[in-house]
Design a protein around this ligand. Sequence first.
Ligand SMILES: CC(C)(COP(=O)(O)OP(=O)(O)OC[C@H]1O[C@@H](n2cnc3c(N)ncnc32)[C@H](O)[C@@H]1OP(=O)(O)O)[C@@H](O)C(=O)NCCC(=O)NCCS
Length: 184
Amino acid sequence: MGSGTDVSWQVTSGAQDPGTVERLLSLLPGWFGIPAANADYIRSAQVLPTYLAWSAEAGPAATQPVGVLLARRHFRAEAEIHLLAVEPSQHRRGVGRALVEAFVADLVSDGCALLQVKTLGPSHPDEGYAQTRQFYLALGFRPLEELSEFWGPQNPCLIMVRVLDQPAPLAGNDGTEFERATSE
Ligand SMILES: CC(C)(COP(=O)(O)OP(=O)(O)OC[C@H]1O[C@@H](n2cnc3c(N)ncnc32)[C@H](O)[C@@H]1OP(=O)(O)O)[C@@H](O)C(=O)NCCC(=O)NCCS
């Protein structure tokens, strides 16, 4: 199990936790209000690499994670945040940033160059997702494209991308960028 700590939050990885995903989704109905989509997330949590954020102050007494990130790796050089959810009572206290940066640190050390996330696009008036986009912008993601076909015209899908710092240049034209990752 991996771990990383900022001032307030400890992030662990290496254990599946569908129960935490279910609990956090139920606390965030404004963002996760589609039952079938939530069921998919809970199923994904059984298999996808999982990062959990815990209160560092509570130490070993912390019983429930306050945030979760589910990760996907499509190609050797590209990864995706499949799900990110933080307990509403802890919003804006650095939990989301701690989760994303823990994932990014692992990706950079594994030669990954790009991180994407799909979220509700600016064509939709939802205020909550406007704040979500502000969060991703603050963490260095940039909007790439809004797709009306992906989730359907009622839910425009915005792809946001962050270029990750690379310790070494990617290999040349040898096809390694197209190697599929084992979790796909
Ligand atoms: C989006 C979410 C994961 C962010 O997590 P968080 O712990 O609240 O965010 P952080 O405290 O780490 O914020 C980091 C930075 O992002 C920006 N940010 C975060 N929330 C913001 C908001 N509501 N409005 C504007 N900027 C915001 C700020 O720059 C913030 O840094 P600062 O507080 O020092 O100014 C969390 O709010 C959440 O669970 N939202 C509902 C579910 C969701 O949107 N998931 C993602 C779906 S794609």
